[in-house]
Design a protein around this ligand. Structure first.
Ligand SMILES: [Zn+2]
Length: 93
């Protein structure tokens, strides 16, 4: 098991790279007494019983996003369309 002190260190490091850690504690008959949820931009995990498990879930979700096909989107500058990650030659920025 991860020690509480080490969990704190990991939470600070995750916060530093923009990953929000939400910890919920439950009493009663919930499946897990504590659930860790990680949120990185639009990617989030479900509640996991340990921070380690939540990290594995986050990596899996990020790999899914990284492996996605580029999406063709309409362009406001040239009236055409570009794939995500492409820059329009008419874009002023
Ligand atoms: Zn364009």
């Amino acid at each position: 098991m991860t020690s509480p002190e080490w969990t704190e260190v990991l939470r600070k490091r995750l916060a530093a790279i923009g990953v929000e850690v939400r910890v919920q504690t439950f009493t009663g008959d919930s499946s897990y007494p504590t659930e860790f949820t990680l949120i990185a931009g639009s990617v989030r995990t479900f509640g996991e019983p340990t921070l380690d498990a939540a990290l594995v879930s986050l990596i899996a979700e990020l790999l899914k996003v990284a492996g996605q096909e580029p999406i063709l989107r309409g362009c406001e500058f040239c009236g055409g369309a570009h794939y995500t990650g492409q820059r329009c030659p008419l874009s002023p920025s």
